[in-house]
Write a protein that binds this ligand. Structure first.
Ligand code: HEM
Length: 139
């Protein structure tokens, strides 16, 4: 007799469904180029200063490592904790929205399927409390 526990197909990890590290690095490359030049984010002087100080290749390396790790790949994230690297940046909820808009544009460009998009957004959203410290100023 079949044991239902053993015959239930286990879903491949998010890392595998995204196509592994080459696909993840390609998506991160596009996304970081987008956010580093986004005037909605660089209007924040602290963000603008850091975006012009950190070399893009190193930034992309760390974010690729982090996404690989968070998606269940073999990578280990070696960068600084999110609160530590963002607490001086005074990031507001509006800036967060611009960041997520850039993210959506990248996901759409590469045709990432809806289920995988939702899982990636859940990972990113889980960092909100460590990233967004400031309040948006009223319009
Ligand atoms: C509005 C949202 C965000 C903005 C404006 C922003 C901007 C920045 C900037 C300017 C740096 C360089 C800081 C420095 O070295 O002084 C940085 C570092 C970093 N950010 Fe963000 N970030 C945002 C959200 C996120 C999110 C949601 C993630 C991941 C889920 C993330 C991942 C990283 C990583 C991995 C680093 C490198 C940390 C290190 O230096 O060790 N960021 N971010």
């Amino acid at each position: 007799m079949n044991d239902p526990e053993k015959t239930t197909a286990t879903q491949p990890s998010l890392y595998e469904r995204l196509g592994g590290i080459y696909s993840i690095a390609t998506v991160v490359d596009d996304f970081i180029d987008r956010i580093m030049t986004d005037p909605r984010l660089n209007a924040n002087p602290a963000v603008n200063e850091a975006h012009h100080r950190v070399p893009p290749a190193g930034f992309k390396y760390l974010v690729t490592e982090m996404v690989g790790w968070a998606a269940g790949g073999p990578q280990k994230y070696t960068g600084r904790p999110m609160r530590e690297s963002h607490q001086q940046l005074n990031i507001t909820p509006k800036e967060w929205d611009a960041f997520m808009d850039d993210f959506q544009q990248t996901l759409a460009k590469f045709g990432v399927p809806a289920a995988e998009q939702a899982e990636l957004k859940a990972i990113v959203n889980s960092t909100y409390g460590d990233i967004v410290i400031a309040k948006s100023s009223p319009d």
